[in-house]
Design a protein around this ligand. Structure first.
Ligand code: AP5
Ligand code: MG
Length: 215
């Protein structure tokens, strides 16, 4: 099962992708997480990506498509994969389609997690993440057992550099201009599974599993 998570920044793509990955035993591939890991490790890719991420812009396609192309060829993708935050431009979607075709594969579902912009701003301002293992929390909606500390590894939680209000607005503008058109792209291919992402994470997840298993 090859899945794409679409949706605005902060819509809950990562939260849902984690749950899908666990239930179906397929890898969760988040380009944002891969860039953040590279920033943490101070690699050349991380240093290049950080400039764009901190101002809420997209990282250039050539840095992103190669990375995904290598990742989906890894053996753990044999049973399928979930792409979270990729593709984000029509050009990336076309590159992915071409790559998959070469491998004799295709996307089965493009899940569009729909959340209005005002709710997004609230979600991002309360998001906290673990700089060590990447686990994601929310100060109201998804609290860790002990305030400010990661449940999984005990590390102190932090705010993402791109979750400050001005950058959030820029990311939303970039989403509407460059990524939202992908809904039409995948709709033409009969792959869009749209759902209301404003409900509790468990409710959203339950609808996703129903949609995935219906096909
Ligand atoms: P990326 O890391 O992908 O960020 P994003 O798309 O902006 O999305 P987020 O990770 O912010 O949100 P999410 O939808 O995963 O929501 P989450 O589950 O965390 O990308 C970051 C940057 O990297 C980009 O801006 C760009 O620069 C670059 N980049 C990445 N991929 C790229 C690409 N392909 N091309 C070019 N550049 C690229 O949830 C958000 C919060 O809400 C959390 O606190 C969570 O706990 C909470 N929450 C989740 N679900 C619910 C719910 N149902 N109810 C209440 N709260 C909820
Ligand atoms: Mg995410």
């Amino acid at each position: 099962m090859n899945i794409i998570m679409l949706g605005a920044p902060g819509a809950g793509k990562g939260t849902q992708a984690e749950m899908i990955a666990e239930k179906y035993g397929i890898p969760h591939i988040s380009t944002g997480d891969i860039f953040r890991m590279n920033i943490r490790e101070n690699t050349e890719l991380g240093r290049k990506a950080k400039v764009y991420m901190d101002r809420g812009d997209l990282v250039p396609d050539e840095l992103t498509t190669n990375l995904v192309s290598d990742r989906i060829r890894k053996p753990d993708c044999g049973k399928g994969f979930i792409l979270d935050g990729f593709p984000r431009t029509i050009n990336q979607a076309e590159c992915l389609e071409k790559e998959l075709k070469e491998l004799g594969l295709a996307i089965d579902h493009a899940i569009d997690v729909d959340v209005p912009d005002d709710a997004i701003v609230r979600r991002m301002s309360g998001r906290r993440f673990c700089p060590r293992c990447g686990a994601v929390y929310h100060i109201e909606y998804l609290k860790p057992a002990k305030e400010g500390v990661c449940d999984r590894c005990g590390t102190e939680l932090v705010q993402r550099d791109d979750d400050i209000p001005e950058t959030v607005q820029k990311r939303l503008d970039v989403y509407h201009a460059q990524t939202e058109p992908l809904i039409g792209f995948y709709n033409e291919r009969g792959l869009i599974r749209k759902l209301d992402g404003t409900r509790e994470p468990e409710e959203v997840f339950s609808e996703i599993t129903t949609l995935l298993e219906a096909k």
